[in-house]
Design a protein around this ligand. Structure first.
Ligand code: PLP
Length: 471
């Protein structure tokens, strides 16, 4: 038998071997009598259960996400999805060589979306996951800009300035894109009861410096679908007249996961040859916790090769198109789980239930006569409403504030140019906002109405709200 010799901690190399500082508990005997500083890094460590309790307790003051009717982002998933996500929380999406299966799930999701959105040849469609629609829109906008600048190398950057045509109702990500990438944002204002982009105005704003047109399915402001097919037809006519060939990007952050299931006859996707790219938010009606989005291009010609970076220092040689480098892989696994779990029929059932809640809630809100609906929740399961003509005792901001007392986050906001005079409330129905919760919401709203009607006039209107108070 081997004869072992003892070892001594006096051996300096052994003493100096570092361990993870998290392994020790700080002063477990005396505990703590002062709380750690909040705005400077504490001098030393505290025990994990103590740190947990500090953070947990402060977060109790955050709202209850299920009662948030402002957000489009998923606030409920099945427990199995939560388990899967926690199993994947150490996986880095960029390490495609270390996590080939996560990369494979991403590839399958892109293929499923290409098929869902009627790509002419799903095998040549290119796409990727992103942190959300904002990143996806940046990528799509960059592809537009690069395609245009290639075609106009004789004029850009010397004399020409690129522009992008969109409605004034676009989500802020498009204004960000234009600012960050130095593209002129050509916005079609709202007009009367037209609250989104229309085909004629879109075509009228295009010229030889237009890199593309953004059509939104559906609008963040009121849940309405923009007329994508009409916009494409107007651009076809423009091309016949002038030779200008302007591609369309569909910002389907919400609608690209609603329309394929609930409005299959609506033609808005790659069936329209002019649609070059589409994005959606996996974390909206894709039904996954934040943050995952998707960007797809019709074919490789729509995505200039020089924008695709190949990294080899993680092993392998992977083409990537992304703003970030590292990004969590858990959301992609959860997206694949949800696709597998629900299938087409499952998605249809979930979205239908959500839209049924939206439509009936919209009707019931309008019934007593205090409110006027702008949309009815029959496109996106989202609707906007304002106070009825002749209501002078309260405004939408009063309603929003009073509903907050009951825990509901019901946003009130003003519309973009030229309807800054219009202030609305908006309800985003999501999976998990059940008919039962909608009933409770309505009961709270109805119980407040008598008090609101007795007000002498609107109270505490935000200072930045324009003139006419009631709509
Ligand atoms: C939410 C939204 C975005 C931004 O999406 P994120 O996933 O939050 O980054 C862009 N466009 C539209 C139409 C949206 O509704």
């Amino acid at each position: 038998m081997t004869l072992h010799k003892g070892a001594s901690d006096r051996d300096r190399s052994r003493q100096a071997r570092p361990v993870n500082p998290f392994y020790g508990e700080a002063d477990p005997v005396a505990g703590m009598d002062t709380s750690p500083p909040r705005h400077t890094l504490p001098e030393g460590p505290v025990a994990p259960h103590t740190a947990y309790q500090f953070v947990h307790d402060e977060l109790m003051l955050d709202g209850n996400s299920r009662l948030n009717l402002a957000t489009f982002v998923t606030t409920w998933m099945e427990p199995q999805a939560g388990i899967l996500m926690s199993e994947c929380r150490d996986k880095n999406m960029i390490d495609k060589d270390e996590y080939p299966l996560t990369a494979e799930l991403e590839r399958r999701c892109v293929a499923m979306l290409a098929d869902l959105w009627h790509a002419p040849d799903p095998s040549t469609t290119v796409g990727c996951s992103t942190t959300g629609s904002s990143e996806a829109c940046m990528l799509a906008g960059m592809a537009f800009k690069r395609r245009w600048s290639r075609r106009n190398a004789d004029r850009y950057p010397a004399t020409a300035r690129p522009n992008l045509v969109m409605g004034a109702n676009v989500q802020v990500c498009w204004e960000k894109f234009c600012t960050f990438w130095e593209v002129e944002a050509r916005q079609v204002p709202m007009e009367g009861d037209r609250f989104h982009l229309d085909a004629a105005s879109a075509a009228a704003l295009c010229d030889e410096n237009t890199i593309g047109v953004v059509a939104v399915l559906g609008s963040t402001f009121d849940g309405s679908y923009e007329p994508v097919a009409e916009i494409c037809a107007a651009l076809d006519a423009l091309q016949e007249r002038t030779g200008l060939d302007i591609p369309v990007h569909v910002d389907g952050a919400s609608g690209a996961m609603i329309a394929p299931f609930l409005d299959p006859e609506l033609v808005w996707d790659f069936r329209l040859p002019r649609v070059a790219s589409i994005n959606t938010s996996g974390h909206k009606y894709g039904l996954v916790y934040p943050g995952v989005g998707w960007a797809l291009w019709r074919d490789e010609a729509a995505l200039p090769e020089e924008l695709v970076f190949r990294v080899n220092y993680l092993g392998g040689d992977m083409p990537t198109f992304a703003l970030n480098f590292s990004r969590p892989g858990a959301q992609v696994a959860a997206q694949y789980y949800t696709f597998l779990r629900l299938g087409r029929e499952g998605y249809r059932a979930v979205q239908q239930a959500t839209r049924d809640v939206a439509r009936s809630l919209a009707e019931r809100i309008a019934a007593p006569g205090d409110f006027r609906l702008l949309t009815r929740g029959d496109q996106l399961p989202v609707f906007a409403f304002t106070t009825a003509d002749g209501v002078t005792a309260f405004d939408v901001f009063d309603v929003s504030r009073r509903m907050k007392e009951r825990g509901w986050l019901l946003p009130a906001y003003t519309f973009p140019p030229h309807r800054e005079d219009l202030s609305v409330l908006r309800i985003v129905c999501r999976n998990g906002f059940s008919q039962d919760l909608a009933d409770l919401f309505l009961a709270d709203l109805e119980s407040l109405l008598p008090e609101l009607r007795r007000q002498p006039g609107p109270l505490n209107r935000p200072e930045n709200v324009a003139t006419a108070f009631h709509h």
